[in-house]
Design a protein. Structure first.
Length: 583
């Protein structure tokens, strides 16, 4: 498997410096109109110095640079120019018998601290010095720290408008005091200052020399590797030096185990530290428990097996637990950027159910048999039972089922189905041509019907006279019931007026019934508005003259009721109506 490197930059300290400068870093002085004048606080590097390449016979002439500005020291022979900053700069010659440099001793340094030195350099093509390129070499005490990158001038000879270029370097203090030396360096052969050749003598300018304590930035890099293969760090930095915390100085580092790896990187103009905290992605922390099962109705909560890496469950949630509610495959994935690992477990919910058993009613004298699922164990009223259960009595039975570690209890109620009770009502008289509904009254809902007419509907609609019977059947028995239906003419046999005028004019002076039928019973009565009976008759020939207790009744509406039977019928009819009395 190819290793994937994941780098997260967690903390960065940016470069910054703390002042620890030279005295008079801008090289100011008051003697710029004289040769060999020096800026305040600075000294020349004498011919006796081991780094100065001047014979002792030239001491005082060939080893002393010149404080320079637009006015001097000798514009008539071409020693003048524009400073980078301030009012003056130093120019020094490198040629046969000339090596003019400056130096200054700095105190108050902290051993082990890194210091940053910067300055500006320029090629000064004057005073017979026609070389077009050169640099400065910087020494700490007698040790060369750096020869700066070469500057090249394309200006005409004696041009005082100089081209200044920035240069910088660092060094680590080993003492509280160091002498910093700056000497011009030619990138070709040194020539005679009087030869007037372009590649002969070199004059270099230097200005604004600043030294500051450098706070070395450290870059903390958290690195997670997806597997146990080696990881290689490579720096592609020419002219850089490297120092690892295990003293290795190579630009390439192979990492094969977890740990902290730091490297100090030094370039010509900077210094920084990379610190790698290397860890290996460990998927073993994501292992879920083995496949399992639990009983229906219980709760199973699976906790996250780790909290080191981000993770999610198969439903995309990232809660610290997953609650199982159904039989399913539970998956758990942890990840760290591009590294990931997934584990899974199968969870089964065991459902123990009484699939063939429910509360039951049986016929009187019958028994009940259940065929049970053989994969489960059963007890009935705390007595173990086999696959077949026989129940011969009604009552409540405690049934327990067990299987795969799960148990369920339930109560089975066994009752008798009561005897069928069927009624079609009394024999009934109906009007001729009338449709009548025979509705059975029965104490069971699960019934099949068979009428004597052949109908199997629950309700039978009839319009003819005769005997009708119903056979009703349930799971236990059948019962039969019959009824006789008589028809007769329902046309009115008795006529009653709706008003009369008992005013003595011999027209419509009394209320009476009229009929051509013969009656074995004819009883009727009159009621006032308060329900008081004010007249009673026992014959069709009786009449009411509108009086009560020998006094005329008031005008208004009165109620009559009639009960009669004809001589050819045993049925009793009852009629009622209203009569309006008007005088």
């Amino acid at each position: 498997m190819k290793k994937v490197l994941l780098i997260v930059l967690t903390t960065i300290f940016f470069n910054h410096v703390k002042a620890q400068t030279f005295t008079n870093p801008n090289l100011l002085g008051s003697g710029s109109n004289n040769l060999a004048a020096l800026p305040t606080g600075w000294s020349n590097i004498p011919a006796s110095d081991q780094n100065c390449n001047v014979s002792p016979s030239f001491q005082g002439l060939g080893d002393t640079p010149d404080l320079t500005n637009l006015n001097g020291p000798m514009p008539q022979i071409g020693i003048a120019g524009t400073p980078k900053i301030g009012s003056s700069f130093i120019s020094g010659v490198r040629g046969d018998n000339f090596h003019e440099g400056i130096m200054q001793t700095v105190n108050g340094l902290v051993p082990g601290k890194v210091y940053h030195i910067s300055f500006y350099q320029s090629v000064v093509k004057q005073e017979n010095c026609r070389d077009t390129s050169g640099s400065w070499s910087v020494y700490v005490d007698n040790s060369l720290v750096l020869t700066t990158a070469t500057s090249t001038s394309t200006l005409p000879y004696d041009d005082v408008n100089l081209i200044w270029e920035y240069r910088a370097l660092t060094f680590t203090a080993s003492s509280t005091s160091h002498t910093l030396k700056f000497l011009p360096t030619d990138d070709d052969l040194n020539g005679d200052i009087y030869s007037l050749q372009e590649d002969a003598a070199l004059r270099m300018g230097i200005d604004q020399i600043i030294m500051e304590e450098l706070i070395v930035p450290t870059y903390y890099i958290d690195t997670t590797l997806c597997n146990q293969l080696d990881y290689t760090v490579t720096f592609n930095l020419p002219n850089a030096n490297f120092l690892w915390n295990d003293s290795d100085t190579s630009s390439t580092k192979t990492i094969s185990s977890p740990g902290v790896y730091s490297v100090e990187v030094n370039t010509p103009d900077s210094m920084y530290i990379n610190s790698y905290n290397v860890t290996f992605f460990n998927p073993n922390t994501a292992l879920l428990p083995a496949d399992t099962s639990f009983c229906f109705g219980d709760t199973l909560r699976i906790s996250s097996p780790q909290n080191t890496y981000p993770f999610n469950w198969h439903d995309a949630s990232n809660l610290p637990y997953y609650e199982v509610t159904e039989t399913e495959m539970v998956t758990y994935t942890l990840s760290q950027n591009q590294c990931s690992y997934t584990d899974s477990m199968f969870v089964e919910i065991i459902k123990v159910e009484f699939t063939t058993i429910s509360d039951t009613a049986i016929c009187i004298g019958d028994s009940l048999t259940f065929n049970l699922d053989p994969q489960f164990n059963y007890t009935l009223n705390q007595q173990s039972v086999q696959n077949n259960v026989l129940i011969t009595q009604t009552g409540a039975y405690l049934l327990e089922i067990e299987g795969k570690g799960c148990t369920r209890k339930d109560t089975l109620l066994v009752s008798y189905i009561p005897p069928l009770e069927l009624s079609l009502g009394n024999d009934t008289l109906i009007c001729e041509n009338e449709t009548y509904a025979l509705v059975p009254h029965i104490n069971d809902d699960e019934i099949s019907y068979q009428w004597s007419t052949g109908s199997t509907s629950e309700i039978l609609y009839i319009s003819e006279e005769g005997h009708y019977s119903l056979l009703a059947t349930n799971c236990c028995e059948s019962v039969v019931e019959e009824v006789y239906i008589t028809t007769h003419s329902c046309d009115p046999l008795v006529f009653a007026p709706n008003s009369f005028t008992p005013n003595g004019d011999r027209h419509n002076n009394a209320f009476k019934f009229e009929s051509e039928a013969e009656f074995s019973r004819f009883e009727w009565s009159i009621y006032n508005r308060w329900g008081q009976m004010i007249f009673q008759g026992t014959s069709i020939h009786d009449f009411w003259d509108g009086s009560f207790n020998n006094e005329f009744c008031k005008d208004g509406t009165y109620v009559w009721k009639l009960t009669y039977s004809t001589t050819n019928s045993a049925y009793v009819e009852q009629l009622t109506g209203n009569i309006l009395l008007l005088r």
